[in-house]
Design a protein. Structure first.
Length: 225
């Protein structure tokens, strides 16, 4: 994985990409009611530390859909909460960006890392839409990303795939699967852990981890609906 290229990509293409209606860019936007004054640089630093902490190239690139309101929205790290980042026993570290007395925790992030913590150096996680999609007048709600939003970030996803250089591509959820397909990339599909999908996600991702690497990105595999 080319960490320098990935960080340069984020600095040039993501950190200044703001102003989207009903999308909160954790690396550009700040909510004065929810965020510390230095929240944006904290989230950027958390993301860059996540990129640099890896000691070997990842075997798998996991593409999720978009930041949730209690996870990456505040941590800056995909499918990771700020409560996890400040836990000394967690495999990666970072700082809290919210104004709360206690850092935010996220259910999906807990499931995700409970399974993947032993394999974290083999995996890099990114979001098809790296901004938090919310409903009008509900800044901490969550909605499914629109196709137009997905397509806006497709070039960035393609650059991330190239910079990470993983042997296998895994889509966590249907929107992530669509992003890969629109880029002409085959992938393995697994169920997203939210909304009752925890068991299917766990079984699907374990099959991926137990399978042999597929450096050709051949035909799409599906592990659980």
């Amino acid at each position: 994985m080319d960490a320098d290229a990935l960080i340069t990509l984020f600095r040039e293409r993501l950190y200044n990409d703001g102003g989207h209606p009903l999308l909160f860019n954790p690396y550009f936007d700040r909510d004065a009611d929810e965020d510390r004054e230095d929240a944006v640089p904290i989230r950027r630093a958390n993301l860059e530390a996540y990129v640099r902490e890896r000691t070997q190239p990842p075997r798998i690139l996991l593409l999720a859909e978009a930041p949730g309101p209690w996870g990456c929205r505040f941590s800056g790290v995909p499918i990771t909460s700020e409560a996890q980042l400040v836990d000394p026993d967690f495999p990666i570290s970072g700082r809290q960006s919210s104004r709360r007395d206690q850092p935010h925790a996220e259910y999906s992030a807990s499931i995700y890392w409970r399974i993947l913590a032993p394999y974290h150096e083999q995996i890099f996680t990114w979001n098809a839409v790296p901004c938090h999609p919310y409903r009008k007048n509900e800044p901490l709600s969550i909605r499914t990303p629109r196709i137009s939003e997905l397509r806006h970030f497709l070039p960035l996803v393609g650059e991330v795939v190239r910079a990470v250089g993983a042997e296998d591509l895994v889509a966590v959820g249907r929107k992530a699967e669509r992003a890969f397909h629109e880029l002409g990339l085959a992938c393995t599909y697994v169920r997203h852990p939210s909304q009752g999908g925890a068991t299917l996600f766990a079984s699907g991702i374990r099959r991926v981890l137990d399978s042999q690497p597929d450096s050709t990105h051949g035909t799409t595999r599906q592990y659980d609906e």
